[in-house]
Structures are given as structure tokens and as C-alpha cells.
Design a protein around this ligand. Structure first.
Ligand code: PBG
Length: 327
């Protein structure tokens, strides 16, 4: 039979393959999560996240140097406070650890874009993402402390806030407080569809935020559900979110894709700690090529529809883009 249709024609040379690439990546679309910890002179590798570090505020210049050297211009900041209490008051303290971290970064470079994770779990003694009422998290009481926390981040100089608690109505509560206080221009990236995922394990070790009893299933989503994710996204759109996030990424690409089709806001995906740790550990065992799998996974998330990727591999990916291996 005479073959006239030959898709291989466009795969013949690297230059041709690049010309017809459907997915383009830019370092501007990458956000690197970093962990700031109370203290001085701390620059310690995180055992559960090889290649990632705890920084005390005075050491954050190292993170900035690393990011800038690779072309990453945005971080999302997580804090490890010295003390925790029942209501997580460290989360909104003027001299809280995230607030110190924001100021330290802005003192080094006011242009460097700082996003903050807004949640209570790193600050509460019980490790849940809000104010407890018995053994359950009280939604509406938690909204107040989340709004206070987001405001304190903006006051410290945060460029964007990202609530990750999964309380109902938090985007509206945060938007209202920010607007009242003159922060109309601080966008909200909502963790719109955040699942009660086992993939957060390494992060909880890194951030010391595992719940002391029970789990997060009464507020984070059940991973059997996809339509519910669209409902969560829709509510956040109505409440005034600027960017919608799906989390985790790799096992949830169906939702990244669907959210991209349905909503006109930028879609972010968070490739979480467990996704990173799996690649690291499997590569260390000699079973996969770390660089290749990192590149392929990131591209698949963008191909599914993500506009923005939050990833612990941000620096390595930015370098891969610069080298032309992806993007
Ligand atoms: C805080 C928060 C978590 C993550 C981001 N923000 C942990 C959790 O919900 O338990 C997970 C990030 C990761 O695993 O990389 N609520």
C-alpha cells in the first residue's frame, strides 16, 4: 500500500520537532515553593525533600540567588514558626515567620515576586487548618483568622496570597479584608480544588504540619470526585479569585484540563511534595532518569491546560527551558 499520510515527516529533525511543538513553557510560568524557618544562620536540607532547604530569614538570599540564577522570578512562601497554639496566632503575627520572610526577600529585591500560602496548619498545636470546635474545624470562625493572616501578609509586602485551607467562603472573606485595607491590587490564587491527598506526606514532614489527630477529609476534597472540583472552582470565581489552582497535579490532570475548558481565569497546578519525592527517590534507586522524568511530567501538566506550575523542580525546569530541552 502506498503511504501518503506520514506523521513521522514532522519528527525528522530537532528543529522541525520544535517548530510543531504544541506546548510552550516559560520560566515566568513557574513558581518555586520555599520554607522559611524561625532562627538565624539556618540553611538545612529537608530530609523528606532532597534538594530543598529550610532557610532562616537571614539565609533567604541563598534561595533568591538560586532562583535568579536559573531564571525563576516567583516563590510561594511557607513558614515554620517557633511556637504553635490552639488558634494558630503565629499565622497573622506582625513579626510572624512568613511576615519576616517576606520582608527579608523584599529587602534583598523589591521586584522579586512573593506569593504566600495562607493556612493555619503550620501554626496550630493540633495541626488542623483552622479553629477547632470539638474535633471539627469551625468554618466561619476560621474565615476570620484566614482573612487576618492574608492581610498581615499583604501588609508585610506579599504580592499575592494563596489560601490553601479549603474553608467555604474564604476567597470572599479575604478579598473583602484586602480591599477594605487598600490592597485591591493583591491577587488571590485560590487552592480551588485541593484534595485530601496522600501526596502531601513529605511536605507535612518539611513543614511540621501533620494533624495530631484525624485527617483533613472534612475540608479537603474526596479524590473520587471530579464534578465537585468544578463546583469549587466556580464558587471561587464568583467570590473573586484571580487564579484557580488544582492540587495535586499529576494524578489530577483530568481536572486541570476541564478547569481550563470551563473557566476563563488562569489555571495553576501544584505538583506537590509527594510527586517530587517520588521522582527523586526512584531516580536515586537508579530506576528512572530524573531529568527526563522531571521534564516530561512538567510538560504533561502544561499540555493538560495549566498556565502556571508550582513545583519544587522550578529551578531545574527553568534551566531545561533555557537549554531548549523543553518548551
Ligand atoms: C497547607 C498546605 C499543604 C500543602 C500546601 N499547603 C499541606 C496540607 O494541606 O496538608 C501541600 C504541599 C505539598 O505537598 O507540596 N495546608
Amino acid at each position: 500500500m502506498e503511504q501518503s499520510i506520514r506523521p513521522r515527516r514532522l519528527r525528522r529533525t530537532p528543529s522541525l520537532r520544535k517548530m510543531v511543538r504544541e506546548t510552550r513553557l516559560s520560566p515566568e510560568s513557574l513558581i518555586w515553593p520555599i520554607f522559611v524557618r524561625e532562627g538565624q544562620g539556618i540553611y538545612e536540607e529537608i530530609p523528606s525533600l532532597p534538594g530543598q532547604y529550610h532557610y532562616s530569614p537571614d539565609q533567604l538570599y541563598r534561595a533568591l540567588d538560586r532562583a535568579k540564577a536559573s531564571g525563576v522570578s516567583k516563590v510561594i512562601l511557607f513558614g515554620l514558626p517557633e511556637h504553635k497554639d490552639e488558634i494558630g496566632s503565629g499565622a497573622w503575627a506582625t513579626d510572624g515567620i512568613v511576615q519576616q520572610g517576606i520582608r527579608a526577600i523584599k529587602a534583598l529585591d523589591p521586584e522579586f515576586y512573593v506569593i504566600t500560602d495562607v493556612c493555619m496548619c503550620e501554626y496550630t498545636s493540633h495541626g488542623h487548618c483552622g479553629i477547632l470546635c470539638g474535633h471539627d474545624v469551625d468554618n466561619d470562625k476560621t474565615l476570620e483568622v484566614l482573612a487576618k493572616t492574608a492581610l498581615s501578609h499583604a501588609q508585610a509586602g506579599a504580592d499575592m496570597v494563596a489560601p490553601s485551607d479549603m474553608m467555604d467562603g474564604r476567597v470572599e472573606a479575604i478579598r473583602e479584608v484586602l480591599d477594605e485595607s487598600g490592597f485591591q491590587n493583591v491577587p488571590i490564587m485560590s487552592y480551588a480544588a485541593k484534595y485530601a491527598s496522600f501526596f502531601y506526606g513529605p511536605f507535612r514532614d518539611a513543614a511540621g504540619s501533620a494533624p495530631s489527630f484525624g485527617d483533613r477529609r472534612s475540608y479537603q476534597m474526596d479524590w473520587h470526585n471530579g464534578r465537585e472540583a468544578m463546583r469549587e472552582c466556580e464558587l471561587d470565581v464568583l467570590e473573586g479569585a484571580d487564579i484557580l489552582m488544582i492540587k495535586p497535579a499529576m494524578s489530577y490532570l483530568d481536572l486541570v484540563h476541564e478547569a481550563k475548558q470551563r473557566f476563563d481565569l488562569p489555571i495553576a497546578a501544584y505538583s506537590v511534595s509527594g510527586e517530587y519525592a517520588m521522582i527523586k527517590a526512584t531516580a536515586k534507586a537508579g530506576l528512572i532518569d530524573e531529568y527526563g522524568v522531571m521534564c516530561e511530567s512538567a510538560v504533561s501538566i502544561f499540555r493538560a491546560g495549566a498556565d502556571i506550575l508550582i513545583t519544587y523542580f522550578a529551578n531545574e525546569l527553568a534551566e531545561a527551558i533555557r537549554k531548549g530541552d523543553i518548551g
